[in-house]
Design a protein around this ligand. Structure first.
Ligand SMILES: Nc1nc2c(c(=O)[nH]1)N[C@H]1C(S)=C(S)[C@@H](COP(=O)(O)OP(=O)(O)OC[C@H]3O[C@@H](n4cnc5c(=O)[nH]c(N)nc54)[C@H](O)[C@@H]3O)O[C@H]1N2
Ligand SMILES: Nc1nc2c(c(=O)[nH]1)N[C@H]1C(S)=C(S)[C@@H](COP(=O)(O)OP(=O)(O)OC[C@H]3O[C@@H](n4cnc5c(=O)[nH]c(N)nc54)[C@H](O)[C@@H]3O)O[C@H]1N2
Ligand code: SF4
Ligand SMILES: [Mo]
Length: 739
């Protein structure tokens, strides 16, 4: 009998609702769920590939151990015991920080793993923590921490009501939005234009988003900071600073004006590649728009001065009165309020509380930047990383200088990967612990619901029963964690505590924890009590706990969501300031001290050397970072891992369309076909990341046949973002020649 199953797609941030038609364990069709109030039936081609993931013969279905005779299946008991014992033994011998851990992007899409993250990290007891954050959104988080007092309190473009949407370094038509969960971006942009709103894109490439925009400006890679400073300067010079009701909340206005005064459009024009007139026009249009949203993403945060730029984008929204205003950039009120929960537990984030061993890079949110990961493994001495844990990450392809990282992984005493595949990274592991597949677990999105353009909530049941003898991500983490805690417990009391935590978490499970989070949220009665907790302080907890218990039957809980399999719309975003702030005195310091010195020291960059081009990345709708290339339906057709360059550059370098070209830096080189196109700025090339699968031992048959090469073999760790030392992945100087 054919059946229909409804769930959210978890591949990117857009949270599209799916309708999956199946007969038993056979998937017949994957379509958009028209009854999903948020995505209204919209999907992209990747959703259909969920069935390829599910059926993929290369996907691991039981733990494996690397031996002299290749990978051998082992039992969960053995795999978890051995992993915990090895990690424990290495920490005993070399100290706690001898174990490193890396969390990849899909961790954020897996609620079970997310809810288990804090206790799992605690059990690992190491400061050698890393994640894709430092190859991605760290500057946004740093800016929200500085301005709003909380690293996860992101202002989200109110795209459905804005009249002017300025996008820098984001390509939502390909990425489907990021730190802006926005299913059906195309439809929403069309609606913006239909109500006479304008979409303006600033990008070194005429992207898919630029092509549907009302206005597109090429910008020289890595120079957004100068453009943003000049826009700010013009607002002050032309007396167009109008923060509206925010005026009462912000400090440092005079300091900001003073600091941006030198950055006139005329001074920065040649550097950024926009004329002074165009910059003034942009500033004027932004100021004039009745409701505007300025938004930046990966192209800005992963390039030079990403931290200053991310901060300035929020500043522009504040100066024009668009923060926390309908049609501007707004805060969400999610049903599972991760911002409030983290805030209450005191974990609003932190920066530079300690530094990394080899390079002295600052910690952010308890992590070091990935730009030092290989060096922490390769540099001998006390604190050297000797063992490594990865969860849903492929740093060999996603972090700078993949070859060096491979060398480092090869020299470890022990490595374990919680992952679905034997890929470029996990092939170095001693043990791989594969979780259930995407359709075999429930789906809930605490992070992406918290960054969505509307307040929405949805919980999806698993489509398929958990196969016998398999474990979910959270169960694997719990298994490792309780073993480690047992091994580390020195006293009877500690052993008892470990047992209690283990018991509590296994009894709660992912569903129990989601339920608890929803009950604590703003749509439950308890949530109101919870809000009071924040205001009145933790000492009122006993009283509050009592209220919570009494209110068990009221308001939002897991059951509410189980009864609404298409999801629930909780309404448009609403103004939340100043209550939502976590800063001292609930104020917004426009120029947080952290940015003052780097801003004062900022100079215009040296011109690019004559023989060099600046390399940027590129995302494609049919590709997803490094790990979806084993789906034939997604990779079929003309290869997509190529070097896009402008006809002028191609002519100068004697490069024909389709010819093999070598892209080279001090770090390494790759050779790929040339894609000659007017869509890219002269002097710039674009190469997508996440490719380079044809490496020995990689067990991804389809991906290996459409291998491409890894752009991160060319990008080194020599260029790090100056404030945070996070990876610089865009605007990399390279040479290009016919191969
Ligand atoms: N199909 C698909 N969707 C995805 C992903 C994927 O791999 N494939 N990945 C997901 C992830 S992990 C993320 S973080 C998001 C990212 O979401 P986006 O940030 O929207 O994704 P990108 O396409 O990388 O967009 C970055 C843009 O910045 C431009 N750029 C490069 N350098 C500069 C610069 O110096 N200045 C300016 N102004 N622009 C610059 C690039 O040309 C590019 O168009 O996408 C998510 N969604
Ligand atoms: N040059 C360049 N480099 C980049 C970028 C760029 O734009 N340019 N983008 C950066 C960005 S924004 C990001 S987010 C990073 C991404 O970097 P990573 O997170 O390191 O890499 P992914 O390709 O997302 O790898 C995901 C891994 O998780 C596994 N996996 C998938 N689903 C699950 C699951 O449910 N559970 C478990 N346990 N494993 C799972 C996959 O098999 C794969 O090994 O790359 C960064 N690197
Ligand atoms: S846009 Fe993202 S969430 Fe929507 S179907 Fe595609 S991959 Fe899935
Ligand atoms: Mo990302």
């Amino acid at each position: 009998m054919k059946q229909l199953h409804y769930r959210n797609c978890n591949l990117c941030e857009a949270m599209c609702g799916l309708e999956i038609e199946h007969q038993g364990d056979q998937i017949i069709a994957i379509r958009g769920d028209k009854a999903d109030p948020f995505s209204e039936g919209h999907i992209c081609p990747k959703a259909v590939a969920l069935q390829d993931l599910h059926n993929d013969p290369d996907r691991l279905r039981h733990p494996v151990k690397r031996t002299a005779d290749g990978w051998q299946p082992i039992s969960w008991e053995q795999a978890l015991d051995e992993t915990a014992e090895r990690l424990h033994a290495i920490q005993r011998q070399h100290g706690k920080d001898s174990v490193g851990v890396y969390f990849g992007n899909p961790t954020a899409h897996n609620h079970g793993a997310l809810l288990m993250l804090a206790p799992f990290i605690k059990a690992l007891r190491t400061r050698q923590r890393y994640s894709a954050t430092s190859a991605d959104q760290l500057p946004h988080q740093l800016a929200t921490l500085q301005l709003f007092g909380h690293q996860a309190l992101f202002p989200i473009p109110d795209i459905d009501r804005t009249d002017y949407f300025l996008v820098l370094g984001g390509n939502p038509m390909a990425s489907n939005g990021s730190i802006m969960t926005v299913p059906n971006i195309r439809g929403r942009l069309k609606a913006l234009q239909a109500r006479k709103g304008r979409l303006v894109v600033v990008d070194p490439r005429r992207t898919e988003t630029a092509k549907v925009a009302d206005e597109h400006h090429f910008i020289r890679p890595g120079t957004d900071v100068y453009l943003l400073l000049a826009l700010t300067q013009v607002l002050f010079e032309e007396k167009r600073v109008a923060p509206g009701r925010l005026a009462d909340l912000v400090d440092d206005m005079a300091l900001l004006e003073e600091m941006v005064t030198p950055w006139t459009p005329e001074r920065v024009a040649d550097t950024v590649g926009l004329s002074a007139g165009a910059i003034r026009q942009l500033a004027g249009d932004l100021a004039k728009a009745s409701r505007a949203a300025v938004y930046s993403r990966v192209g800005v945060t992963t390039s030079a001065h990403g931290s200053l730029s991310a901060w300035l984008v929020y500043v522009l929204n504040i100066l024009t009165g668009n923060l926390d205003r309908e049609g501007g950039v707004m805060f969400t009120r999610p049903a599972f309020d991760i911002v409030a929960i983290a805030g209450l537990s005191g974990d609003t984030g932190g920066f530079n509380r300690y530094r990394s061993r080899v390079h002295g890079y600052p910690e952010f949110a308890g992590e070091f930047p990935v730009t030092t990961l290989a060096d922490e493994m390769l540099t001998p001495g006390a604190g050297q990383v000797k063992a490594f844990v990865t969860h849903a990450g492929n740093p060999v392809l996603s972090c700078p200088d993949g070859n060096r990282l491979e060398k480092a992984l090869g020299g470890l005493d022990f490595m374990v990967s919680i992952d679905l595949y034997i890929n470029e990274t996990t092939r170095h592991a001693n043990i791989i612990l594969p979780p259930t597949g995407q359709l075999e677990h429930a789906q809930f999105d605490p992070i992406f619901q918290a960054v969505a353009v509307r307040n929405v909530a949805k919980f999806s049941e698993p489509l398929f029963d958990k196969p016998e003898g398999s474990l979910h991500d959270w169960e694997i983490m719990l298994g490792l964690m309780s073993r480690l805690n047992r091994l580390n417990a020195k006293t009877r009391r500690q052993r008892l505590q470990a047992q209690m935590l283990d018991g509590f978490l296994s009894r709660m499970g992912d569903r129990g924890l989601v339920d608890l989070g929803l009950r604590l949220g703003p749509y439950s009665h308890a949530g109101k009590v919870f809000g009071r907790l924040k205001r009145d302080g933790l000492h009122t907890l006993p009283k509050v706990a009592w209220r919570l218990l009494r209110s068990r039957q009221k308001g939002m809980k897991l059951k509410t969501l189980l009864e609404a399999p298409h999801g629930i719309d909780l309404g448009a975003l609403t103004p939340m300031l100043p209550e939502r702030l976590f800063t001292a005195g609930n104020r917004i310091p426009l120029v947080p001290p952290l940015y003052r010195e780097p801003l004062a020291a900022l100079t215009l960059p040296e011109p690019v050397a004559r023989d060099q081009l600046l390399m940027i990345g590129r995302r494609h709708i049919r590709s997803n970072n490094s790990w979806m290339h084993n789906s034939q339906r997604l990779v079929k057709g003309k290869g997509r891992c190529d070097v896009m360059l402008h006809p002028e550059d191609a002519a100068r370098l004697g490069i024909e369309p389709g010819a093999a070209v070598t892209v080279r830096s001090a770090t390494g080189s790759i050779t790929l076909p040339a894609l000659i196109s007017e869509d890219i700025m002269p002097g710039v090339i674009s190469v997508p990341h996440g490719w380079g699968h044809d490496r020995e031992g990689v067990q991804l048959e389809v991906a290996r046949s459409a291998a491409g090469q890894s752009v991160n073999d060319v990008i080194g760790n020599d260029r790090v973002e100056s404030l945070t030392a996070m990876a610089q992945l865009n605007g990399i100087p390279v040479t290009v020649e016919a191969a």
